[in-house]
Design a protein around this ligand. Structure first.
Ligand code: XMP
Length: 599
């Protein structure tokens, strides 16, 4: 790979995003480039004279208050050049502050979705074509409470009186919310209105140029240091690793794959073949099953499982880093973190409780703080990562792999502390295991309701499941029984741990499901297809298998997916032949109220 300058470097950007320290700053530039307009990111204090020729400027959000000493600012001259300026979040507060308005320091703030009411907004070019009552996404503490002279208020929410303001004759606009995130439904339209209608930009950017740009960024971040990765065989780390290989050359990139003993059947062999094809000799395999399985053996609580796995992973990483002298300043850690991972882990406290992402555990945070991390995909969503992978020539069977959770089969193999019978209720059978759900903003950990009905021939079981969960206290998930060696009323949960024997059982079941769903093409029609082992059965068959195929866009919400009768019967018949498997269930719960994984 030659180090020639990417096309982007010799182009003059039409839009500059002035970085005021916000976590979404790069995302703004990327969203503008997705619109076909070349945009760059520069420090917020960049002199107005250096920005001459830009068709538009955007001031990003940021974590500070305009009243903090040393908080980011902009060259006030940018407001006098007649270049259009859009302030976003902190950018709006800074505009108000510098131009004579008043910003009020907030104590609590507003985080998450809100509804934007347009105050005559459709007449404002920024909101052209946008209906009133739009979902927007807020993430701020301070507020503009008094407009600068010459500005009008063009949007409000229930809790934020100045959600947007404008001085169209001076071509100055600002919004308190984030148009660059997907949760702002018309965000793309608002940015398009700004760049095309207000700034007069023309399309000059092909999104395919992002590969040389990312490679260039990798070279700059790495400097003369080498990069090592803990690869997983998943799409994200494979694409990130390949980008680094291309940017830095095989000599400077190393990968380590850790077999935690929690992987699917054949996974280690798959990863071996995959990385041999990408760059022979660059990836080594570390077998560490005992290190993970021993502390997990007696643990039932899902968050405790995740914590143990996260901690063991960091311990192992540190051991590898030390033994291979990766800490000597010549090496930095590469990760396949993608954009939603960073939001989920850096978002609200609650989000972190629902699911702590293993890319953001304490040890990794320290490396981030020491600027010894490179995450080439941290601005991208999954679909974009797949597109980049395609451009890099990565095989389709790798790119189309379903997401697989970092803690692996540990969170798909449920354990129980006690024996307890399945109970019959007027609505169905109460299965005595607890699974994770999301109800409201709360994480729930409740029992499962089983219906003795064959899912593929029962219409609209998913709708029934929603109604059942809403009216049945203590339940967050509904399954339908596909097949069983014992009647539901005769089944019970039995005290069980995360043993190698049970993990192997789950591995076999998962492998059968994956083979049949691949042969039939069903895997292409779903976003993810977890297979779960629950310690519920009868006699010599203490466990059951749950099938959980879902549709989703980003994993944040999901719909249960139906399967044809013939296919389901074939899958169940093979699963029922496994030793110790008593029944097969089909999860008919959407997310919410049930999460995709059971734990
Ligand atoms: P849930 O179960 O929260 O899952 O609906 C949403 C998506 O996240 C994946 N997931 C995880 N991924 N570490 C991961 O790397 C985890 O601890 C974890 N928990 C859930 C899940 O597979 C789905 O794609």
């Amino acid at each position: 790979m030659q180090n020639e300058a990417p096309a982007a470097q010799i182009k003059v950007p039409q839009v500059t995003v002035l970085d005021a320290g916000g976590q979404y700053c790069h995302l703004i530039a990327r969203k503008i480039r997705d619109l076909g307009v070349f945009a760059e990111v520069r420090p917020s204090e960049t002199a107005a004279s250096d920005l001459a020729g830009r068709k538009g400027l955007i001031i990003s959000g940021g974590p500070n208050s305009v009243y903090d000493t040393g908080s980011p600012t902009v060259d006030p001259a940018i407001f006098r050049t007649n270049q259009p300026v859009l302030g976003i979040c902190y950018g709006q507060q800074l505009m108000a502050h510098l131009l004579g308005g008043v910003v009020q320091k907030g104590d609590n703030g507003e985080y998450g979705p809100a509804t934007l009411e347009l105050n005559g907004g459709p007449d404002t070019p920024l909101f052209a074509g946008i209906r009133d009552h739009q979902q927007i996404w807020m993430n701020h503490r301070d507020l503009v409470v008094e407009l600068p002279p010459g500005f009008s208020n063009i949007g409000a929410t229930g809790t934020c009186a100045v959600a947007a303001m404008a001085a169209p004759s001076r071509r100055l606009y600002s919004v308190q919310f984030h148009p660059e995130v997907v949760h702002t439904t018309e965000g793309k339209r608002i940015l398009a209105n700004f760049v095309f209608d207000i700034c007069g930009c023309v399309k000059d950017w092909d999104p395919r140029h992002r590969v040389p740009l990312v490679e260039d960024q990798i070279r700059r971040t790495a400097g003369n240091r080498n990069v090592f990765f803990f690869v997983s065989g998943g799409v994200d780390s494979t694409v990130a690793f390949t980008l680094c290989l291309r940017a830095l050359g095989a000599e400077r990139v190393r990968g380590i794959y850790v077999d935690t003993g929690l992987m699917r059947e054949g996974e280690t062999e798959f990863v071996n073949r995959l990385f041999d094809a990408l760059g022979a000799g660059t990836v080594t395999i570390e077998s560490a099953a005992d290190q993970f399985l021993t502390p997990l053996r007696a643990v039932c609580d899902p968050e405790q499982k995740r914590r143990i796995i996260g901690e063991e992973f960091v311990r192992l990483q540190e051991r590898i880093i030390e033994s291979r002298h990766l800490m000597d300043g010549h090496w930095i850690l590469g990760q396949g973190t993608i954009y939603p991972d960073t939001i989920e882990s850096g978002g609200t406290e609650k989000a972190a409780i629902i699911k702590t992402h293993h890319n953001r555990v304490a040890g990794i945070q320290q490396l981030i703080a020491a600027q010894r991390i490179i995450e080439p995909l941290s601005d991208f969503y999954k679909d974009e990562v797949r597109e980049i992978g395609r451009e890099l020539g990565i095989a389709e069977d790798v790119l189309e792999r379903h997401p697989f959770p970092g803690p692996g089969l540990a969170i798909r193999c449920l354990c129980a502390e006690h024996d307890e019978p399945v109970r019959s209720t007027p609505d169905g059978f109460l299965i005595p295991v607890r699974s994770v759900g999301v109800q409201g903003d709360e994480r729930s950990y409740k029992a499962v309701l089983a219906l003795d009905r064959f899912p593929a021939i029962e219409a609209r079981l998913e709708d029934e499941a929603t109604a059942l969960v809403n009216r049945t206290r203590g339940v967050n998930r509904v399954v339908a029984r596909v097949a069983g060696h014992a009647p539901l009323a005769g089944m019970r949960s039995s005290s069980s741990v995360l043993s190698v024997e049970r993990l192997n059982r789950l591995r076999r079941a998962d492998s059968i499901v994956r083979r049949i769903s691949h042969e039939s093409g069903f895997d292409k029609t779903v976003w993810q297809f977890p297979v779960v082992l629950i310690p519920v059965g009868a006699g010599e068959r203490p466990d059951s298998v749950v099938l959980r195929p879902v549709h989703s866009v980003d994993g944040m919400t999901a719909q249960s997916v139906g399967m044809g009768e013939q296919l389901l019967r074939r899958m169940a018949a093979e699963l029922m032949q496994l030793d110790c498997v008593c029944a097969v269930f089909y999860d008919v719960t959407h997310k919410p109220p049930g999460t995709i994984e059971w734990e």
